[in-house]
Design a protein around this ligand. Structure first.
Ligand code: SF4
Length: 326
């Protein structure tokens, strides 16, 4: 089956999750409203990793809508990192000196329940993703301090090869640009999309791309995702960023296993990200103090190169802040 067919057959309706035993009727009634506010999309591959007998399954918590997404706290925001306030051109977020985010698409292979952009990918979609790429490329071209373009969520691995090649080709002509980086959860949730033709498109420019995958739990490393990682690792630098999520990976043993298994696939841990206060995600929050304890326990057990930097975004700061320096 091709990745397009897989995506076409993905779960998009609560009723289908009930029919296949991922939700009871009673649970479905509770989450119908949530799935209307924040869209539901789960590839069957990723759903197959869920332990149906375990209501606290870490794969389930990342994929299946939960009633708790309706809870709003005073500190929650639909745009916690103020992407929309730092938008000097269509599809661009320019928050950090020397680097810009370029949003290729609002599409993702799965809509993750913890996503800090979940409002932007839903009701505010038009604001961040409208228009073609001409204005974005012109902005990067005229702003000579920009050395790196970061392709970020929606998921850049969801664009077609031709569009990707065209954008990379245009960026290649901008001489002050030195690097491109792709942040993606596709190898985690729809690894079949990492096809030879897509890898070829990624490699089609003068850049040596950095690919940052977003694995959060060792159970996401499977024969399928490992194949995707090895295919990417043959041509690119591959790093991993995890989000620290309550009840998903909020213990050192899980994160240690994740670092060790990623290393076997040639991937180095890069960031452990403290969760941002995004609307609809408060069930995943934990305190910085808890995060520090987890990170310190990782540091005691792992060699330094397998310990990710524990970071958080602070609005208004010019780079991610290290919660603890290693
Ligand atoms: S793939 Fe990334 S951008 Fe898309 S929903 Fe998941 S976390 Fe958000």
């Amino acid at each position: 089956m091709s990745w397009e067919q897989e995506l076409a057959g993905a779960y998009r309706r609560v009723e289908d999750l009930v029919a296949d035993g991922y939700l009871s009727q009673e649970e479905a009634l509770r989450v119908q409203g949530v799935a209307k506010t924040y869209q539901l999309l789960i590839p069957k591959y990723y759903a197959s990793l869920i332990d149906k007998r375990d209501p606290g399954c870490p794969i389930r918590l990342q994929a299946i809508p939960q009633f708790a997404e309706q809870v709003k706290t005073d500190s929650d925001s639909p745009d916690p990192l103020e992407d929309l306030k730092h938008q000097p051109a269509l599809r661009i977020t320019h928050r950090y000196k020397g680097r810009v985010l370029l949003h290729l698409t609002p599409n993702c292979s799965m809509y993750c329940r913890f996503c800090f952009r979940k409002s932007l990918l839903n009701e505010l979609k038009g604001d961040l993703f409208s228009g073609g790429f001409t204005e974005a490329i012109a902005y990067i071209s005229k702003t000579i301090e920009i050395e790196e373009v970061i392709f970020s969520g929606g998921d850049p691995f969801m664009v077609g090869e031709e569009i990707l090649k065209e954008v990379l080709s245009q960026l290649s002509k901008i001489l002050h640009l030195k690097r491109v980086r792709f942040h993606t959860r596709v190898p985690v949730t729809l690894p079949s999309r990492v096809t030879p033709s897509f890898v070829e498109a990624l490699a089609s420019s003068r850049f040596h791309p950095v690919v940052v995958t977003h694995f959060n739990h060792p159970r996401e490393i499977t024969p399928q995702s490992s194949r995707a990682l090895l295919a990417l690792g043959n041509s690119f630098t591959v790093l991993n960023q995890s989000v620290l999520l309550r009840s998903v990976n909020d213990n050192a043993q899980t994160l240690i296993a994740l670092s060790e298994q990623l290393f076997e696939m040639g991937v180095l841990p890069y960031y452990l990200h403290h969760p941002d206060p995004a609307e609809g995600t408060s069930q995943f929050y934990l305190s910085v103090e808890e995060g520090k304890r987890i990170w310190e326990a990782m540091r005691r057990e792992l060699p330094g190169y397998l310990v990710p930097r524990y970071v958080k975004d602070v609005v208004g700061e010019a780079y991610k802040r290290d919660v603890i320096s290693s």
